[in-house]
Design a protein around this ligand. Structure first.
Ligand code: HEC
Length: 148
């Protein structure tokens, strides 16, 4: 039964559960992880307005998606859900479309986080992830299948 169901999603699930159990952190306080973005084109200091790897396309976009997938698992999945399918704690990132909830909104939230009544509901990532890693995560979430 387990074996038959070993799809990509299951592997990720097992992996993240393993990480949670081995680090000893509970659901809410997994340490954010720096991300190795080697191979991705280095971006200028200024924050881009549009996902540069989508604009480049081809291999850069592919690599961004791969790096983004693991960066997402270690930094975002505990709140936003595996494969970017929200379990309800935080928004489903597959729903972020171009336009109002597009690239700029994504970067704003990821860099600054989100506070409510003075408490962080989402931590700011601007000192944890570089711009390359953030766009890599964007590349991953924006190419996950959207709900029907
Ligand atoms: C501790 C939990 C937590 C973590 C970790 C977290 N987020 Fe969030 N995130 C939230 C919550 C809660 C919101 C909803 C805030 C709001 O109402 O805009 C949110 C909102 C967002 C939004 C805006 C979504 C929308 O529909 O407006 C984006 C984009 C986002 N997060 C990206 C990320 C990314 C990328 C990561 C990993 C690098 C991440 N988040 C990590 C809790 C989290």
């Amino acid at each position: 039964m387990k074996r038959r169901l070993l799809t990509g999603g299951t592997v990720l699930l097992v992996l993240s559960q393993f990480m949670l159990s081995t680090t000893g952190f509970g659901h809410g306080d997994v340490q954010p992880q720096a991300v190795d973005t080697e191979g991705l084109e280095v971006l200028p200091e200024e924050i881009a307005m549009e996902n540069p790897y989508r604009v480049m396309g081809g291999e850069q976009y592919e690599l961004a998606r791969t790096i983004g997938a693991s960066a997402y698992i270690s930094n975002c999945a505990r709140c936003h859900g595996l494969e970017a399918i929200s379990g309800g704690i935080a928004p489903d990132l597959r729903m972020l479309e171009d336009g109002e909830f597009g690239d700029e909104w994504f970067m704003e939230r990821v860099r600054k986080g989100y506070t409510q009544n003075g408490a962080y509901k989402m931590p700011p990532f601007e000192n944890i992830l570089n711009q390359e890693a953030m766009w890599a995560i964007r590349s991953y979430t924006e190419t996950q299948p959207r709900p029907e």
